[in-house]
Design a protein around this ligand. Sequence first.
Ligand code: GCB
Length: 611
Amino acid sequence: MKKLFFIFTLWLMAYSLHATPLLHNVFNRQAVSLNGKWHYIVDPYENGYYNYRRSAYDTWGPNLNPGVTAYFQNAKARDKSERCEYNFEKAETMTIPSSWSTQEEKLFWYEGVVWFQRNFKHVKKEAHRTYLYFGAVNYEAHVYVNGKKVGIHIGGFTPFNFDITDFLNENGENFVIVKVDNSRKAEAVPTLSTDWWNHGGITREVKLIDVPEVHIKDYRFKLDNKDLNQVLAEIKVNGVNKATAVEVAIPALKWKETINTNAEGFASFTFKNKKLKLWTPEEPHLYEVSLKVGQDQLRDKIGFRSITTRDGQILLNGSPYQLKGISVHEENPIGGRRNYSETDARQIFQWAKDLNANFLRLAHYPHNEYMPRLADELGFLLWEEIPVYWTIQWENPETLANAQQQLSEVIFRDKNRASVIIWSVANETPVSDERTKFLTNLTKTVRTLDDSRLISAAMEVSQHHSSGAKVIDDPFGEVVDIISFNQYHGWYGGDIDDFKDIKWQIKYNKPVIVSEWGGGALAGYHADAETIWSEEFQANLYKKTLEGIDNIPNLAGFTPWVLCDFRSPRRPLADIQDMWNRKGIIGEGGLKKQAFYILSNYYKAKTDNPS
Ligand code: GCB
């Protein structure tokens, strides 16, 4: 893990200014929430950032006087004659976390810069550091505290934090300003085109976290794949320059030990227990783990399980396991806003439970942290993904660095979550040498940071020119642990009645997941099964697909597209789509469509009679 910390820090430095390596498990630390009302100014011309010669104010340093229009200064006219062309105090407010497209009607279509500001009280504590944490900001965030830049973060779906101790005012009165830019860019991850809404904003929680100078920065506990009674663990302590004692305990196992770190604060150790209860979706057993160094104490709930493959099967704790899945976007069909809260996550898992599912593909980017935390508790397996989607700039080293950074941030966040079993590095990317090299680089990133989970990517299917068989021979299949592919027979071409007759040719003897299949229907629209967009059409597509899907060799499970309807600018058909992708089996407003029941009955039968 020493290596891991090093590489992780390098990526962060490449991609953020004054980067502070992430604190692990901020959810279980005492924090002051900075959620709530923030003032905002919409700035399509970046007037608050550049002068009229397009020179960025925040590079001016001490030459910047308060009279200029640099919004991060939070200036106000000091007397009746002073000109100041903005005032956050008078500006409108928005509730954070949120997506501005759904909080403000006038910002529904807006892509560009919005500045957010709020005051906060925070008295510095002796011998403590203060971190400012953001769960996610879509897409680029420039963060300023008391008028000074603390850093930049690029990437819309992963957490970041800054050590702001030295930026805080002695009198305890502070303000934070964030310049948020959700402009789509060719070189970005994701790139210009996606099939989801580009929800801009501070979309996840904001927290202030005080930690003692000497504190637990990071740790990992994982079951040894080769010995299911053994746990492999690592700890990193910050703020030390000599060997330091950390007390680690798992009370339910009556296990307690003092671990000594090296001079850099790092320690690795193992422990064995014949009575270890393993985590499964059916019995999601979690152990409370506590860690203590000096004044700093941290708790977590961790499940122990192994995930491996053998002879074309996925093994959970050494036994073959069938995935009953569904794909999910991080969007609420009630209102079409981004999900961000525990309540939102509970709703998704309730629907997944109604569906008799045990596996969720969190598409196409990292979802909020409540998802893996609740999945651990409620017993669901997860596929997590980064937004390497469709055709991004394969030959651009900056694009690769950004993709690696996003990947490393989600791995860092969720490495102790038993529920997470698969890292997906891409979705539907076009086969070429450059692309395969790019994706292979991402798998190297995963293997360096986390060798305890499986790697996949949603690939595509081609058609054999003479036999008509569906072929999966993507060269990237060589590299991944699981062959996953999206197929839309009966929707984007093909007659659904033929589905059961399809011959599948899969080049690799590895477990297979059909990562997408499905079709659109408007909830409440009824007609016969031939009428596109009707619930009956979609239900028939589900029925026929399920009748033929077991013909796919090494099938370990599938995640139909998709649990809920979601907003997309690619879907303009009036009276049917109205800017929503209608492939959900739950419609806008939360209505279950007929296909939902077809799939839930199928999964119930699988649960009752596992083959
Ligand atoms: C796909 C994409 C997914 C789209 C879906 C569709 O293959 O992976 O992001 O939303 O098809 O609805 O076309």
